[in-house]
Design a protein around this ligand. Sequence first.
Ligand code: SAH
Length: 241
Amino acid sequence: MKRYFFVENKANVGDTIRIEGQEHTHISRVLRLQVGDEIVCLPNDESTLNTKIIAIDKNSTTVVVESIEYPNQETKTSLTVYVAMPKGDKFEFLITKLTELGVKRIVPFESQYSIAKPLDKKDRYLTIAREACKQCRRTKIIEVGSPISFDELLSQIPSFDKVIFASELERNNALSDVSFDNANNVAVIVGSEGGFSEEEADKIIASGGLSVTLGNRILRAETAGIVVPAIIQFLLGEFDI
Ligand code: SAH
């Protein structure tokens, strides 16, 4: 089985790369790889570098690049998911699952009924995002945005071609009726356990969010956070090959 590791810089065939920090520890102490072993290095630019280990010392692993591939796993349409910060470790769960679904960016926001305060645990989120990425063989790490206020969320809505707002208060519009023709930059807004107040829902719609229902059953925040992006990726043809 090929092993995947993220590296800091792009490289060409024949270049050597020094890997330090967490990825070096993983290579040398956790997996106990040896000189001569082949690993795949990911510079986070959608390329994969097939490399061979040529040296391992206390602080770094050195590899030489033997070939480069561009597997083209990123989606054509860029999808950003805004989630009202859910409780416990559900945000971390969403980072992992949305990585698998090919989402470009996940951003937590504050809302009236969300109990959890958004925390900016950048390093921890990056580690989770990187591991999720390697596991699903994705070449680009999902971006985890810093927490934003509800007003900032409203101000970002106009920057997208289409913003799908999953609202438990909506009774008419269905997600299946939405057309994604010519939409290159799409966003999704999902609430936390507490959902949205009517005032918040009105403001999102007034800013350009398209309110949709997911039917008569109320989904948990983390379920809606996965299901809505998954349905949109399906409608965009991203589950095809
Ligand atoms: N506490 C709320 C439910 C919140 S569910 C209540 O009891 O009414 C968490 C989030 O998932 C919601 O804010 C919404 O974004 C999404 N969601 C869950 N079920 C939904 C449905 N049937 N239609 C649209 N959105 C839904």
